[in-house]
Design a binder for this molecule. Sequence first.
Ligand code: ZN
Length: 65
Amino acid sequence: MDARLLDVLVCPICKGPLVYDKKAQELICNPDKLAYPIRDGIPIMWADEARDLHAKPAESAPLAD
Ligand SMILES: [Zn+2]
């Protein structure tokens, strides 16, 4: 992905900067704990398409939220 494109991309929810996860091909918003997918080099900047990083693996300890 073009690094210059990343400079102009912000989270559509909080308008904050995003972190490019090259391995996962995702753009991460740390404050919102959302990961926006990159498909065919195109960042999908829709909250509906974002992966929720709050979601815990089923195997994790049963801690109350
Ligand atoms: Zn955000």
